[in-house]
Design a protein around this ligand. Structure first.
Ligand SMILES: [Zn+2]
Length: 57
């Protein structure tokens, strides 16, 4: 049996630990529980996040 360790990344904005258990694919969005910023997964190897800007309006 193998156990995959949970991915742990820090918020680029505030440094809070992000929960990435549901960010498994490129294009997934991750919300920072601390500052509320949103990030998009742009690569998995290495795991890379970029700020997601909601500027539809
Ligand atoms: Zn943050």
């Amino acid at each position: 049996m193998s156990t995959e360790p949970a991915r742990q990344e820090q918020c680029p904005d505030c440094g809070a630990q992000l929960d990435l258990t549901e960010a498994e694919e490129v294009g997934d969005l991750v919300d920072c529980p601390n500052c509320g910023a949103a990030f998009e997964v742009v690569a998995l190897t290495p795991f890379t996040l970029v700020a997601f800007l909601d500027e539809e309006k």
